[in-house]
Design a protein around this ligand. Structure first.
Ligand code: UDP
Length: 283
């Protein structure tokens, strides 16, 4: 939510309150396969945000009449835990949570090959354990790798981050105070491999130049997040490969036994005795 933009959030050296420069991401950590029961899962830590993404499916959809005849339905359930923010969050799903679930679902639908699984659902649960601004973006980033972990075919991963306007400067990856006190934010979902924007929202007022700058900065941030996503996925599969790769047992080389030559007892073939030519009998 954009604030009035009056609070000084960037110092004269261009540093933000948390010490970052305007184009710097918060530290990001992604772990794959954190929920054993799920088909795919991930945990993302982006600054103080901690979010779990768990994917189930493709599986049968209930009630069946909601199933799409030619493709899978991607259902997202973004929820903030009651303890994820300072003021206790009501456990009832809010309008904000429903809206975030919807935009994340729509972004993921644009990259998943849904036509491969008609009449099914792919359920993506996003549970925010700790929130500090930018949770919809961090959730989308985590959902994307959790889908990959589930083996759901996709045209590409989505990497997501918000940019915003603070003290008249465009900044990358807003945290809570910047989100509240800044004058605008633009959450962006971007697929580096496809060069496609699958989510964009805008809160506040930007000039066209500021908007273009915000979009470009978001794409730069998404490219950096993409590298972290790929590394996390590779790390999981390299460790699985190491676990399953059974070292071939090296047996001590036995000297080949030299068997004594057994003379073959094959009797020499008798040459067929030629019958002497029969004498012609004289009459
Ligand atoms: N927030 C909160 N209580 C709520 C909803 C949000 O304290 O009920 C905080 C939380 O830190 C969240 C931030 O406000 O990350 C910004 O929320 P916004 O709706 O802009 O979504 P987000 O930036 O998390 O995608």
């Amino acid at each position: 939510m954009a604030g009035d933009g009056i609070v000084q959030l960037i110092d004269e050296k261009g540093k933000r309150l948390d010490g970052r420069s305007v184009d710097e991401l918060r530290p990001i950590e992604i772990k794959i396969g954190v929920i054993e029961n799920a088909d795919g899962s991930a945990e993302i830590r982006m600054g103080k945000n901690i979010i779990i993404a768990a994917v189930y499916g493709p599986r049968e959809l209930h009630p069946k009449h909601r199933a799409l005849p030619n493709e899978a339905l991607i259902q997202c359930f973004y929820r903030m835990s009651t303890f994820s923010v300072n003021d206790r969050k009501s456990p009832a799903p809010s309008r904000r949570e429903k809206e975030i679930s919807m935009v994340i679902s729509s972004a993921l639908t644009s990259v998943v090959l849904t036509e491969k699984f008609p009449r099914t659902t792919i359920d993506v649960y996003l549970q925010v354990l700790q929130a500090d601004g930018g949770t919809r973006c961090a959730s989308l980033t985590a959902a994307s790798v959790a889908l990959a972990d589930a083996g759901v075919p996709m045209r590409g991963l989505i990497s997501s981050v918000a940019t915003g306007l603070v003290n008249d400067k465009v900044i990358l990856d807003l945290y809570d105070i910047e989100d509240q006190k800044g004058s605008g934010d633009v959450p962006i979902g971007y697929s580096p491999i496809l060069d496609e924007v699958s989510l964009i929202q805008l809160d506040g007022v930007f000039t066209v130049d500021q908007f273009v700058e915000a979009l470009n900065l978001g794409v730069k941030g998404a490219n950096e997040i993409y590298e972290i996503q790929k590394k996390a996925l590779k790390q999981k599969y390299t460790s699985i490969r190491a676990e399953v790769a059974v070292e071939p047992k090296v047996e001590p080389k036995e000297e080949p036994k030299i068997e004594p030559k057994v003379e073959s007892k094959v009797e020499p073939k008798e040459e067929p005795k030629e019958e002497p030519p029969k004498k012609e009998q004289s009459e």
